[in-house]
Design a protein around this ligand. Structure first.
Ligand code: AMP
Length: 283
């Protein structure tokens, strides 16, 4: 495995791989790898000849009061996990190389970016779309692999790739969960033991929603209030949103009419903000 820090060197390596006829897979991450990330890597390895994992805590996707400074980082641990997963390139650029001092170009999706996560984190998706666009130009992958854990991000990136004609396929891998259902996340380390125990309610509430929908519930307000009640009963976390989304348009809906809906939620346990979602077939 090669660790590459320089943007230009990564571009040269990507060019070389392409000249050799290699199919390149990219797995963008912010590091502090867990099994969710490792599954994306395995997926990329199944589809590609050379796998690049980028590891970059991207400052432009964090708001001024968010956890950029305290976001967990452990490069040596990540490096050994990537090595064990037989990653070909670990791209770990410096912030000053990704964002030069007079940096001034951003990619902004205009619709889906402003609901749910975007309402609470107004500059988040601008930062995500910008860094992913940069990573696609630097690593030149044929396939980029993302996790369904960040369903809104996936929608926005697919839309960006389509709208801006990026020559890449986006592959979405399923959510990887702990044994008790909590979706794996680098941020789970922030949780106190009590919060960690209570956090299983996120997945439980999604399972509950699935059952209610399958039993015929079509009224989103009813569903939301039942899910919120269930979540709030566990250590009084604060619920940022519980939403039912039409996954094709990524718009909130009041009545369930589509064959598949996305139920997405964001909940704060103390200072830790967790997101989760489920794609639910309504039939
Ligand atoms: P992050 O390092 O949190 O920015 O995540 C990097 C990639 O891993 C994103 O595409 C995430 O959606 C994906 N990811 C994070 N957690 C999970 C999980 N539990 N299951 C599947 N993919 C995940």
């Amino acid at each position: 495995m090669r660790v590459v820090k320089s943007v230009v060197e990564m571009q040269h390596e990507a060019d070389r791989l392409r000249v050799e006829g290699k199919h390149i897979g990219l797995v963008p991450t912010m590091g502090y790898l867990h099994n969710g990330h490792l599954q994306l890597i395995e997926q990329a390895k199944r589809m590609c000849d050379a796998v690049i994992v980028s590891m970059f805590v991207n400052p432009t996707q964090f708001g001024p009061k968010e956890d950029f400074e305290r976001y967990p980082r452990d490069f040596e641990r990540d490096k050994s996990l990537a090595l064990r997963s037989e990653v070909d390139f670990l791209f770990n650029p410096e912030t000053k190389d990704m964002y030069v001092p007079d940096y001034g170009t951003y990619v902004e999706e205009q619709e889906a970016s402003h609901i749910l996560e975007g309402k609470i984190r107004p500059t988040h998706f601008r930062g995500v779309a910008t860094v992913v666009a940069k990573l696609l130009n630097i690593c030149k992958p044929h396939i980029a692999v993302f996790g369904q854990k960040d369903a809104q991000q996936v929608f926005i990136i697919k839309k960006m790739v389509r709208d801006l004609n990026f020559d890449v396929s986006v592959f979405v891998a399923p959510i990887v969960r702990e044994a008790d259902g909590l979706a794996m996340s680098s941020r789970n380390v922030y949780l106190s033991p009590e919060e960690r125990a209570n956090a299983t309610v996120l997945h439980e509430s999604l399972k509950y929603a699935e059952k209610k929908i399958k039993d015929g519930e079509r009224n989103v307000k009813n569903l939301q209030s039942q899910m919120q009640q269930m979540i709030r009963s566990k250590g009084a976390p604060s619920v940022d949103y519980v939403a039912v989304i039409d996954p094709e348009m990524f718009r909130e809906t009041d009545t369930i009419t589509k064959p598949t809906v996305l139920v997405a939620l964001a909940v704060r346990f103390g200072s830790t903000r967790l997101i989760d979602n489920a794609l639910i077939s309504t039939e």
